[in-house]
Design a protein around this ligand. Structure first.
Ligand code: FAD
Length: 476
């Protein structure tokens, strides 16, 4: 599918998924087998699963679009810009990859070429090696700590890395998970599936979900405000009227749930409420910047790490899919402060960083810009769930069926692929299958896809060969 056809496809999507059309799905009785709250990755996967077994369902979305934290903007820069998820991790088993290909989208392996920038020049081999070693040391130390009986904050597990401390801490914490390492459970970090390998969708990761939704009757702009799950049927209150269901799959983010946007009658169990608090979302935002003529002299999809002495830094993905679009990632506490200061402050920060590292002339090459503010999106309120120290087991708890009729899904419920698109997708499929079984549907058990564990905590083998910057553990 070329770009023009793709844009036409997305344009068609709006027409196909208007609320008026979608309203027809819920029978006049207002009663369905399964109500699915949220049309992000988890909700879309759940809807497809329920539909595959021929059961009735309502797919209810608060926003006027699908995708949740995975959405591709095609208007601002005239090229696809992933506002949220971009990398398709675990490409060998990621269920979104075959789905994308079936829909005519172009998937290619992420080269993940990486560059380290020291104040105003690219690092040479010695610095790149020192950084790669420091990164690897810290990664191993956190994984080892996370495998112990008592969980600690990932920051406590890190040895003193001297001049690389802040750079490594940013890469492993805010740039990857949206949280500083003092807020990250070492056990959660250690259990997180390996992300060294990834694929990219040229039309955008969000486009995969948008195309998937074309065949699903999504009820847009329909926020669920109350879920009454004490009676024979579960009743969901929405501004368009109530929906009654035999089972509910709930895919709303932990932050939105903790924020109380939905009233539950009876209240959710205390353990679930606690899990939403302890699996809070971090802050991660993308600042898209148009850089015409490749002034940073980057290769396509090259990731730049800036050596820093403080948390006030960013990561930069240059020449996204070979275009003039560069995307800076801001995250953690410092990133949250910038987000709260507003889009202009975020763009100004990125511009200052580029000027500091590449010279004042770079300003003239900067064209259009745009910054996401996921923390201010009222139905999402952050980036991805990260367990506080000691809270890793709460993921399993959050995913437990409630009264065998209320099934919580979403990235936070996946024990190893949390914080990812495919983790959310798989959790939606799992919850849908649980709901179908609860309704008496014979759903065959599928073997879970194997997950790649993180690298084992082995002693570092120095000088076996010269590490290149591309040896750095790949992260966002
Ligand atoms: C900046 C950023 C970068 C990321 N990068 C990557 C990456 O490169 N690779 C990767 O794999 N993952 C990445 N992620 C994580 C990934 O995007 C998420 O894990 C995933 O999209 C979450 O899907 P979900 O279905 O669990 O939740 P969501 O996407 O949040 O979907 C939940 C949906 O529920 C809706 N909703 C909320 N309240 C209500 C209500 N009351 N009534 C009805 N609907 C409601 C919301 O509007 C939303 O659409 C990134 C995330 C961010 C923010």
């Amino acid at each position: 599918m070329n770009r023009r056809n793709f844009l036409i496809a997305l344009g068609g999507m709006t027409a196909l998924t208007t609320p008026a059309r979608a309203q027809g799905l819920v029978p006049a009785s207002g009663e369905v087998d399964v109500a699915i709250v949220g049309a992000g990755a988890a909700g879309l996967a759940a809807a497809r699963r329920v539909a595959a077994f021929g059961r009735s369902y309502a797919l209810i979305e608060a926003l006027d679009r699908v995708g949740g934290r995975a959405v591709t903007d095609v208007g601002r820069f005239d090229v696809p810009f992933d506002l949220g998820a971009h990398w398709l991790y675990a490409p060998r088993t990621n269920p979104l990859i075959p789905l994308a290909r079936t829909n005519g989208l172009d998937i290619y392996p992420a080269t993940r070429t990486q560059r380290l920038r020291l104040s105003a020049r690219d690092a040479g081999a010695a610095d790149a090696e020192a950084f790669a070693i420091a990164l690897s040391r810290a990664n191993r130390a956190i994984v080892t700590a996370g495998e112990q009986r008592t969980d600690v904050a990932a920051a406590r597990a890190m040895a003193d890395l001297g001049e690389w401390q802040a750079t490594v801490a940013f890469r492993l914490g805010p740039a990857t998970f949206g949280k500083d390492l003092d807020e990250v459970s070492a056990a959660d970090y250690a259990r997180a599936e390996e992300r060294a390998e990834a694929a990219v969708c040229r039309q955008g990761a969000g486009a995969i979900l948008a195309l998937t939704a074309l065949t699903l009757p999504v009820q847009h702009s329909t926020p669920v405000t109350e879920i009454e799950w004490g009676g024979k049927l579960i009743t969901l209150a929405t501004p368009r009227g109530p929906i009654r269901a035999r089972a509910v799959v709930l895919t709303v983010s932990t932050a939105a749930l903790a924020g109380g946007a939905i009233r539950f009658k009876p209240a959710l169990p205390a353990a679930v409420a606690a899990a939403c608090q302890k699996l809070a979302l971090g802050s991660l935002n993308q600042v898209g910047i148009e850089l015409a003529g490749n002034p940073l002299r980057l290769r396509d999809d090259e990731l730049v790490t800036f050596k820093t002495a403080s948390a006030d830094t960013m990561a930069l993905l240059g020449r996204v899919s070979g275009t003039d679009l560069a995307v800076a990632t801001l995250g953690g506490k410092a990133g949250r402060e910038l987000e709260q200061a507003g889009e202009a402050a975020m763009v100004a920060f990125v511009t200052e960083q580029l000027t500091a590292h590449y010279g004042a002339d770079i300003r003239t090459a900067i064209g259009r810009s745009f910054a996401t503010r996921w923390g201010a999106a009222p139905t999402i309120l952050g980036a991805m769930s990260v367990a506080a120290p000691g809270a890793q087991p709460m993921r399993r708890q959050l995913g437990q069926p409630l009264d065998n009729r209320l099934f919580i899904a979403g990235e936070a419920t996946h024990e190893t692929a949390w914080g990812t698109l495919h983790g959310a997708w798989l959790s939606g499929e799992r919850a849908a299958e649980q709901a179908l079984r609860a309704l008496g549907v014979a759903v065959p058990t599928t073997a879970p896809a194997p997950t790649l564990p993180r690298q084992p905590a082995q002693p570092l083998q120095r000088k076996r060969r010269q590490p290149r910057p591309s040896d750095m553990p790949a992260r966002d």
